[in-house]
Design a protein around this ligand. Structure first.
Ligand code: CTP
Ligand code: ZN
Length: 154
């Protein structure tokens, strides 16, 4: 590597979310509830060249191993991401993102009249009708959300 290139270094402990579709890293971060105000070192790379998928995004979160629930959330915005748990510089685990058949309390319904948007709301719940393209059906009002609705309503 020449001195003109800036290398994203390896991390000691934490999680590397790799092979995110180019441009979707910030959505991944958002769906994990990460604001940047946490006292944590994070690296976000957007639209970097990838041999296998043209361009990709990478998110490295130091000092935190994602829970299986957090990994599953990522599937909503980056179904082909690979999750690497790193300990003492080595990848000790590779997790697959997998959408559960129902999504509770993460996505907001687009229907303003849905009881999940009422003044005293019930927790939102969606059934996964299709993973790619993403189609979610509201358990309460039956409205269908597409990927763009989900991203706008996190
Ligand atoms: N990684 C890291 N810090 C480490 C180890 C790995 O940031 N201490 C990152 C690598 O840069 C890579 C990802 O974690 O983005 C997966 O690492 P590895 O499994 O070594 O790479 P590949 O074999 O290329 O992974 P894959 O098979 O998923 O393509
Ligand atoms: Zn609804």
């Amino acid at each position: 590597m020449s001195d003109k290139e800036l290398r994203v270094t390896k991390i000691k402990d934490g999680t590397v979310i790799d092979h995110i579709r180019g441009g979707y890293a910030l959505d991944v971060v958002k769906i994990l509830g990460i604001t940047g105000k946490e006292k944590r070192v994070m690296t976000i790379a957007i639209n970097v060249p990838s041999k296998s998928i043209g361009v990709k995004d990478i998110v490295k979160i130091e000092g935190k191993a994602l829970s299986p629930q957090e990994v599953n959330r990522i599937a909503l915005v980056a179904p082909h991401a690979s999750i690497n748990i790193v300990r003492d510089y080595a990848v000790v685990e590779k997790l697959e993102v997998k959408l559960p058949s129902a999504i509770e309390g993460i996505v907001k319904c687009v229907n303003p009249c849905c009881i999940s948007n009422a003044e005293e709301p019930v927790t939102s719940k969606f059934h996964v009708k299709s993973e790619e393209p993403l189609l979610l059906k509201c358990h309460y009002c039956g409205v269908t959300l597409e990927q763009a609705d989900v991203l706008g309503k996190l």
